[in-house]
Design a protein around this ligand. Structure first.
Ligand code: NAD
Length: 366
């Protein structure tokens, strides 16, 4: 059953990690290491069944292969899940035992934070393995990736404006920003600096007030965000917000935001295209976070990180070109770009060690 499934998803290796003493039940999924070691976060979640956990890690690790490939990184795709409740089941022993499993893979998988995991948990993982990113800045970590993700989203927006309107004048257009969390509020700030008209919404009233008072945004209701007369709809909260109910209401000509999995399904992606709305594929736009942590592998450098974010502009431009070349919607073109890159770069056979993690500038166990 499992191998049959892996035949269709193309995974290389699945590792089941178990330590009874500390209550660790985790699965590490390495999807593809053609471009380099598999990088992807660890999620801690109280899955209802082991099958749910397996399904989730298989889906997420495959997504990382595509995201890392489109981002232009020499990094493959992987992910890990720990079965447990982040509110009650965390312990030093659990994370250290997990770290030992990561270490045992010798660098084929590099972990990072994801839902349910924070930098303190990563500190324990780091005691047992060097193959971890997203650790504290004192260990050469990169800290909060959100400002980078927001800046990367701006690069995606510039490429989208150019494609749709033939110019990159952010201030000439209006924006509906949904979600004012770590990324959303930074994105609003960048838009404001460029003189844009901005509509905002969030379930958190304080965040809305901040966007209004600090950045002159116009607050609208949670559901109203789909009806405002804005040129760009920017989902920066949850996934699945472009769906059968919301799409007919959108007046935007571009969808470009930081949220993961914005399209409810592929059929919606096709309909977005048919309606003449330019969709900037989410995982290409929001790659700033993974680009940022990937730089920890060679020794983190903030300036290099900012420069790297600008490549998101070119990645988006390439996706739009592929969409036109092949007559396909942009969400499919993003996948195609990833597959083409894995195919061609994989054939170059990078010399051994070139793509291997070096983790310079880190003092292990410090
Ligand atoms: P966050 O949790 O800090 O912010 C999310 C915000 O959305 C919160 O303010 C929350 O109140 C708001 N929200 C939730 N439901 C809402 C709703 N129905 N309507 C309006 N607002 C709602 O998260 P974040 O780090 O800012 O990330 C935002 C999105 O970007 C997520 O989808 C995340 O997966 C994705 N992303 C983030 C990063 C990063 O660097 N932080 C990187 C890649 C992708």
């Amino acid at each position: 059953m499992i191998f049959e499934h892996l035949d269709t998803t193309g995974h290389e290796q699945i590792v089941f990690c178990h330590n009874k003493d500390v209550g660790l039940k985790a699965i590490i999924a390495i999807h593809n290491t053609v471009l380099g070691p598999a990088l992807g976060g660890t999620r801690m979640w109280p899955y209802e069944s082991e099958q749910d956990a397996l399904n989730d890690v298989l889906r997420l690790s495959r997504g990382m292969t595509y995201k890392n490939a489109v981002a232009g990184l020499n990094i493959g795709g992987g992910k890990a899940v720990i079965i447990g409740d982040p509110a009650t089941d965390k312990s030093e022993g659990l994370f250290r035992a997990f770290g030992q499993f990561v270490e045992s893979l010798g660098g084929r998988y590099i972990t990072a934070e994801d839902v349910g995991i924070d930098v303190n948990d990563m500190e324990f993982v780091y005691r047992e393995t060097q193959y971890v990113t997203g650790v504290h800045q004192v260990h050469g970590g990169s800290g909060d990736p959100s400002p980078f993700t927001a800046y990367g989203t701006l690069q995606g927006l510039l490429a989208s404006l150019n494609r749709k309107f033939g110019n990159e004048e952010v201030g000439n257009y209006s924006y509906a920003v949904q979600g004012l969390g770590h990324v959303g509020i930074e994105f609003v700030k960048l838009l404001k600096e460029r003189g844009a008209k901005i509509f905002v919404t969030d379930i958190n009233k304080e965040r809305v007030e901040r966007a209004v008072s600090e950045y002159g945004a116009e607050a609208v209701g949670l559901d109203e965000i789909y009806d405002v007369d804005a040129d760009v709809y920017s989902p920066c909260a949850l996934g699945g917000t472009v769906n059968e109910k919301t799409l007919p209401r959108l007046k935007a000509k571009i969808i470009c935001g930081a949220a993961n999995n914005q399209l409810a399904n592929n059929a919606i992606g096709d309909e977005v295209e048919q309606r003449g709305i330019l969709y900037a594929p989410d995982y290409a736009v929001n790659a700033g976070g993974v680009m940022n942590v990937s730089l920890e592998i060679d020794g983190y450098n903030r300036e290099r990180a900012m420069r790297m974010m600008r490549t998101i502009y070119h990645n988006l431009t390439r996706i739009f070109e592929i969409a036109e070349r092949d007559g396909i919607p942009t969400y499919r073109a993003a996948d195609r770009l990833a597959e083409e890159r894995i195919e061609t770069i994989g054939k170059l056979k990078l010399p051994l060690g070139r793509a291997a993690p070096r983790f310079q500038g880190r003092v292990r166990g410090a």
